[in-house]
Design a protein around this ligand. Structure first.
Ligand code: ZN
Length: 301
């Protein structure tokens, strides 16, 4: 996986943000760029389309695309303003009414960057922008926490995620193991509580105890019928601990077993949810299914 992440950083992001120093993207265009990037990550990890986007960025260690684009623009302003030579471009943007500078200042305000900050060295400025963009994303996440239960689930279990930094497991585990952990952390395991409205009731299909809801937590750690077969050795909280990759590797294998049992049940019972919800990207009827994981990309790194 490490190579894939590097490839995205070195090739994909520069292509997607190409010309962002100069271009004035509309809000809609920015959203479209973000959408393309989200889809890329979902396809890469074989996650369902409905996976919450912000939670996905947290787990893969990226900031929203607008951050990368805005950063390029602010760094360009730094370059031009600190250019020792009086270039035409410098003269142009230094005019008070210059549209490019006005738009750039708006971007700077978004991340609390002042005109004085542009006098700092390149590295100092870059560091400050990244730090403030992390705060910007943190705020965005906290806003979503109130309205999106899946984002809340992630942040409640992982209260201080290192935003913009990739958790170690995403670099060291196999693609399938990464998928399993990401699927669980973003609360996308195909249990009833994660797909409300798709089942006639929320009762656990394994223990069938009245009033017991079929949630991820219940299925993975509490349900006696399920845990008898999957024998988890971890508690639910451990799934969100980024410090021990070896432990996450074991956990991913246990969860994989749990998912297999759920998928079997989903396919065999009349309780089956609407197909589109449990469908993953790979089951989509894409014309060219070249993204199928094979033996090569199952290997770590
Ligand atoms: Zn149960």
């Amino acid at each position: 996986m490490r190579a894939i992440w590097q490839l995205i950083y070195m090739c994909i992001i520069p292509i997607m943000t190409y010309g962002a120093e100069a271009a004035a993207h509309t809000k809609k265009e920015e959203e479209e760029i973000q959408q393309i990037f989200n889809n890329l990550l979902k396809r890469l990890l074989d996650l369902p389309q409905s996976t919450p986007n912000s939670a996905l960025l947290v787990e893969t260690g990226y900031l929203p695309m607008e951050c990368y684009m805005d950063r390029k623009r602010i760094m360009q302003a730094h370059r031009v303003i600190n250019d020792k030579k009086t270039t035409l471009i410098k003269k142009t943007i230094e005019a008070e009414s210059n549209e490019w500078l006005i738009a750039t200042k708006e971007k700077m305000e978004k991340y609390n960057i002042t005109m004085e900050d542009l006098n700092e060295t390149k590295n100092q400025l870059k560091e400050k922008i990244i730090k403030n963009q992390t705060t910007f994303f943190e705020k965005k996440l906290n806003d979503e926490k109130t309205s999106k239960s899946k984002v809340r689930h992630l942040l409640d279990n992982k209260p201080n995620p290192k935003l913009g930094q990739r958790p170690k497991y995403m670099k060291e585990l196999t693609r399938k193991q990464c998928r399993t952990i990401a699927l669980t952390r973003t609360r996308m395991i195909p249990v009833k509580a994660n797909h409300k409205g798709s089942y006639p009731n929320q009762e656990c299909r394994w223990c069938k105890i009245q009033g017991i809801e079929e949630t991820q937590e219940h299925i993975m750690n509490e349900c006696e019928k399920m845990t008898k077969e999957t024998k988890p050795t971890h508690n639910y909280q451990e799934i969100f601990d980024d410090n021990d990759t070896d432990r996450l590797r074991e956990i991913a294998e246990t969860i994989k077993m749990t998912i297999e049992i759920i998928m079997e049940e989903n396919q065999s019972t009349a309780d089956t949810p609407k197909n589109k919800i449990v469908k993953t990207n790979q089951q989509d009827d894409r014309p060219n299914n070249t993204n199928q994981p094979n033996k090569t990309n199952e290997k770590p790194k």
